[in-house]
Design a protein around this ligand. Structure first.
Ligand SMILES: *Cc1c(COP(=O)(O)O)cnc(C)c1O
Length: 359
């Protein structure tokens, strides 16, 4: 029979493809603003690089070490190349960390609410998850997280900026937090959205030399617009990096994924342009929400989490979907998360919200 922990799992509910979704709701046009994908696409260099690949090589295994990608990332962040481990999306790295670090009965800490995959993989390993409420501003309460550590705690998840609230902690705050955590506890800082703060100094990657119990995560799925190619990576020091490498599946990234990520990473101008547009549109969203009297958290990301005050969130979600826009529902009762889209989409959704709430 299956292991006890798996019998009680509530699996992650993935997005339908756009085509499946259009069919389901009977629409020709649908804009997905529920998965925090990059509304501004992908660097055009990605397609150019992929076109150069020779299909005759399909019979050969990919480069297990992702050498070229490793080198350019290590250079950019000024770290040793062997501090990097790549995954089939960050999802795989989250799974790998849980698999390597957790035994049944261990405790794991995460904020509440946050990205649901941390809880899923803790559960699969039979660990006990303790979730610590965010503070009133929707920010991770680092003091409360330190207090929640017990001798059984093995891992602490810090999603920075946090999904779904979008709130962000400065590198200094992260630094003093790690200093307060026992060295036997691994702290994982998930920086899936850090590019959207617009300031590279915000990253905790620079702290991985100082703290061997720190792991910093990055993905190509959001600011780099490569969600379909499944590339994420972790930065950490010995000895943990060695154990992670030993457990990682040897050919977890396809050559396609490596080529795409390498081309995307080289085109930092595309990322900068995306971030600029997202920040502009995020400001317009904030302005709209303030004007409409809808509470929201201060977001440093490509999404905003807001409360449907004066209306029913489920009904608004349905109304927007019927009009061709899918937002994320079900993360907190009465709240919706919207991915910052293209200007036309944002304006259209805002108009529909006003219409629905009659404001
Ligand atoms: C999207 C997301 C990920 C997963 O990214 P992939 O690389 O696509 O697997 C990880 N963490 C957070 C917080 C995310 O929102």
């Amino acid at each position: 029979m299956v292991k006890e922990a798996v019998k009680h799992l509530e699996p992650y509910v993935p997005e339908l493809t756009l085509d499946q979704l259009k069919k389901k709701v009977g629409l020709d046009k649908l804009v997905r603003l529920s998965a925090n994908e990059n509304a501004f696409g992908t660097s055009p260099d990605v397609a150019k690089a992929l076109d150069k690949w020779h299909y005759q090589n399909a019979n050969l295994y990919p480069d297990s070490n992702a050498e070229e990608l490793r080198e350019i990332i290590a250079t950019q962040f000024d770290i040793k190349p062997d501090k990097l481990i790549f995954g089939n999306g960050l999802d795989e790295i989250i799974e790998l960390l849980s698999r390597v670090l957790l035994e049944p009965g261990d405790e794991v800490l995460d904020p509440e609410p946050t990205f649901s995959e941390y809880a899923l993989h803790s559960a699969i390993e039979g660990a006990k998850l303790k979730s610590v409420a965010l503070d009133e501003s929707g920010t991770i309460d680092l003091k409360a997280m330190v207090c929640a550590v017990t001798p059984k705690t093995k891992m602490v998840w810090i999603c920075n900026p946090n999904n779904p609230t979008g709130t962000f902690l400065e590198a200094d705050a992260i630094r003093s937090f790690i200093a307060d955590i026992p060295a036997s506890v691994t702290v994982i800082v998930d920086e899936a959205y850090i590019d959207f703060t617009g300031n590279p100094k915000d990253s905790a990657i620079g702290l991985t030399d100082e703290f061997s119990n720190l792991v910093v995560l990055r993905t190509f799925s959001k600011a780099y617009g490569l969600a379909n190619f499944r590339v994420g990576f972790a930065v950490c020091s010995e000895p943990l990096i060695g154990y992670l490498q030993a457990v990682r599946l040897p050919y977890n990234l396809s050559t396609f994924a490596e080529i795409a990520a390498t081309a995307a990473f080289k085109d930092q101008a595309f990322v900068a342009a995306t971030v600029k547009k997202v920040i502009e549109e995020r400001k317009k969203w904030e302005h709209f929400l303030i004007k409409s009297g809808l509470p929201f958290y201060d977001s440093a990301t490509n999404f905003i989490f807001f409360q449907v005050k004066g209306g029913d969130a489920d009904e608004l979600h349905k109304f927007l979907l019927e009009n061709g826009y899918l937002l994320r529902n079900g993360l907190r009762k009465g709240w919706l998360r919207v991915t910052i889209g293209k200007p036309e989409a944002n304006a259209a959704v805002q108009k529909l919200i006003s219409k629905f709430l009659a404001i």
